[in-house]
Design a protein around this ligand. Structure first.
Ligand SMILES: CC(C)(COP(=O)(O)OP(=O)(O)OC[C@H]1O[C@@H](n2cnc3c(N)ncnc32)[C@H](O[C@H]2O[C@H](COP(=O)(O)OP(=O)(O)OP(=O)(O)O)[C@@H](O)[C@H]2O)[C@@H]1O)[C@@H](O)C(=O)NCCC(=O)NCCS
Ligand SMILES: Nc1ncnc2[nH]cnc12
Length: 280
């Protein structure tokens, strides 16, 4: 695989953010045609947010390239920059949470791709070694928090044992490497079609805490997964029947105010990895 400079990797990561929000029609998500169940956001909010994250993404890439070895320490070196990037995002979006999860996940993956270029490890192994113990460590602190201090993810952990983005990250992003990326590699048609099919492959097997948080019940999870599986089984974006089911899912999610913010982040990671591999 070609060795990239930090600037090149940061550019690919920024492109992944911009490509994701451009894909249409995405159920429960913002795109150029519709803000979906996000009245506080538009595609322009995401463009502003993406551009505000460029310095952070460059920091993650350069830190990964230069890192001498200990991988858990690499993740710890990124966290303060991630917290600062959240503030840059909020400044660019007038306080709207566009990419909080993407700051966490794309920062980790950008650093991991940079680090892996000169090592005999897979990117997934680097991510897993960076994040070993993350879920246990982060959630151990929740017991001491008041209810008002808990994030959506922490609350779902305490109530349902769901580990959200932390569990997905510590497992090495199976939704990306086992579902989104394999679909992207073999998907055909326009780039928009290929990325929609990749999102559906992610949705088919994914535990999105945004979806559960908005629905107020974990029962929504198998419903959404089965809808995505049915669309793919009907030909996905390559048949009129598949597109009708996708448009229907889009309308259903708008009507029920359901968000797939976590799934969008996994599509961002899938696109970034596809750009690095050269399959896009
Ligand atoms: C580490 C944190 C990011 C963890 O945050 P939290 O405790 O809240 O944990 P989760 O809820 O599990 O996840 C946080 C965000 O991650 C995305 N996400 C959700 N589920 C998953 C999953 N299973 N796998 C991967 N990623 C997941 C999601 O982010 C996206 O959705 C947000 C937009 O959707 P929306 O519904 O609009 O969200 P809200 O506005 O919050 O809700 P409404 O009010 O509108 O209803 C957006 O953030 C997307 O990115 C989850 O929201 C955090 O605690 C943390 O430590 N952050 C600091 C940064 C950091 O650590 N950086 C490290 C640098 S490497
Ligand atoms: N397109 C999108 N819409 C809503 N939330 C998102 N989080 C990341 N991308 C998103």
């Amino acid at each position: 695989m070609t060795a990239f400079t930090a600037e090149q990797l940061a550019n690919l990561a920024t492109r992944a953010l911009l490509y994701e929000v451009s894909v249409n029609p995405k159920p429960g998500l913002v795109d150029p045609v519709s803000s979906g169940p996000h009245p506080d956001m538009t595609v322009f909010t995401f463009i502003n947010s993406s551009l505000s994250l460029q310095p952070y993404l460059l920091f993650c890439a350069q830190t990964g390239l230069d890192w001498p070895g200990d991988l858990p320490a690499l993740f710890q070196a990124l966290r303060p920059a991630g917290m600062a990037a959240e503030q840059a995002m909020f400044a660019a979006t007038d306080g709207v949470n566009t990419h909080k999860g993407a700051i966490f996940s794309l920062g980790i993956l950008t650093a991991a791709v940079a680090y892996e270029q000169s090592r005999d490890l897979t990117v997934r192994q680097v991510v897993q070694q960076m994040l070993v113990g993350l879920t246990a460590g982060d959630f151990a602190a929740t017991a001491a928090k008041t209810d008002a201090e808990l994030t959506a993810g922490e609350r779902l952990y305490l109530e349902h044992g769901l580990t959200g983005v932390r569990g997905e990250a510590e497992a090495g992003y199976p939704s990306v490497f086992d579902h989104g990326l394999p679909m992207l590699r073999q998907a055909t048609g326009t780039l928009n079609q290929r990325l929609l099919d990749s999102l559906l492959a992610i949705l088919s097997h994914f535990t999105d805490t945004n979806l559960i948080h908005r629905a107020g019940t974990t029962a929504i999870l198998p419903v959404a997964q089965q809808q995505a599986q049915a669309i793919l089984a009907t030909g996905g974006t390559h048949t009129q029947a598949g597109m009708r089911l996708l448009e229907q899912m889009n309308a259903d999610f708008l009507k029920q105010n359901l968000s797939l913010g976590g799934s969008a982040d996994m599509l961002i990671l899938t696109i970034f990895t596809g750009l690095v591999e050269g399959v896009i």
